[in-house]
Design a protein around this ligand. Sequence first.
Ligand SMILES: [Zn+2]
Length: 222
Amino acid sequence: MATVAMVSRASSAPPAAHTGAKEETAQIDAKGALSLLAAGNQRWVDGKPQHPNESSARRSEVAGGQHPFVVVVTCSDSRVPPEVLFDRGVGDIFVVRTAGQVIDEAALGSIEYGLEHLHAPLLMILGHSKCGAVQATCDAVDKEQHVEGAIGHLIESITPAATKTAKVKPGRVDAAIEANVELIVESLPERSKIIEELAHEKKIQLVGAIYDLGSGKVKQLD
Ligand SMILES: [Zn+2]
């Protein structure tokens, strides 16, 4: 259906580039969601963003209800804004961000909401290169330092990834960044009955990925 709608519009509407033109995303499945993300990320890498779904018409359209095609859980780092690096607009991406994409109960509830109530077919856990939260955790583990306060809670949550990769040389922090994503992906169905059931019923796909700050490229993990 989405394809037909796009084709019929193409005859009268200008190309999407520089117009913020609408794209059908409400009926997309996980595979389609991954394709949209891959295409948008490639535009970002190439320096040719089209800024889809950023028009005032889109704003009005989604004011009455949202149908995001993906839940992206990523780091609060100012260099990792999902809408920018996937070249998407309003109503497209349900975003959960914390330092090191640590998932506490509020974050987990937000993810469940995006999947169960908004019916997003894809859940992406997105780490990134040079993540300060993971770097700090590796330092704390290596120097056996205890970090106080709420930052200590972040460090504690990332510690299994830092410990698992303690002997990796060189590239220890990069390995910990990947391990952090992998451990989150593995743990989510165990932590959330909703995610476990949606995944079991094949209503959602759960993927891990790493964003490279320098190249702008998102690499999906196997
Ligand atoms: Zn980070």
